[in-house]
Design a protein around this ligand. Structure first.
Ligand SMILES: [Zn+2]
Ligand SMILES: [Zn+2]
Length: 116
C-alpha cells in the first residue's frame, strides 16, 4: 500500500444557512453541527463527494456535492466489515450504504473480497 492509499479525498464544502438549519433540526441531542465538511471518500473516487452531515437514530444524513450542486439525503450504514481488522470496534465501514470506491474504517481503505 502506498502512502496515497491512506489519503482522503481533499474536497470540502461549506453548508449554506438553510442546509445547516435543516441538519440542526434533525437530531435534538446531536453534537454541535459543523458547517464545513470534508469528503470522507477515498481520494480519486468516482461520482460526487460525500460527507456525513448528521445522525438521527439509525439514519445518517449524508451531504453529497459536486462543483455545481449539493444535496442532503438519508442513508443507512454500509454493512461491510473489514475482513481481518484487529480492533473489533474499528472493523465496520464508516461510509454510507452504496458508496463508491473502497470501504473505509479507522483511516484505512479496503476492498471487500468478492467471488466474482
Ligand atoms: Zn470526494
Ligand atoms: Zn463500505
Amino acid at each position: 500500500m502506498s502512502i496515497d492509499d491512506t489519503f482522503n479525498c481533499p474536497a470540502r464544502i461549506t453548508l449554506d444557512a438553510k442546509q445547516a438549519a435543516f441538519l440542526d433540526e434533525l437530531a435534538t441531542q446531536a453534537p454541535s453541527l459543523q458547517s464545513e465538511l470534508n469528503c470522507e471518500l477515498e481520494r480519486g473516487h468516482p461520482g460526487s463527494h460525500a460527507a456525513l452531515g448528521q445522525h438521527a437514530d439509525d439514519c445518517m444524513w449524508w451531504v453529497h456535492w459536486t462543483l455545481s450542486a449539493s444535496e442532503i439525503n438519508p442513508y443507512k450504514w454500509c454493512s461491510a466489515q473489514h475482513p481481518d481488522g484487529k480492533a473489533e470496534d474499528d472493523n465496520a465501514c464508516v461510509l454510507y450504504d452504496g458508496h463508491p470506491g473502497r470501504h473505509s474504517s479507522a483511516q484505512l481503505y479496503w476492498n471487500e473480497d468478492r467471488a466474482a
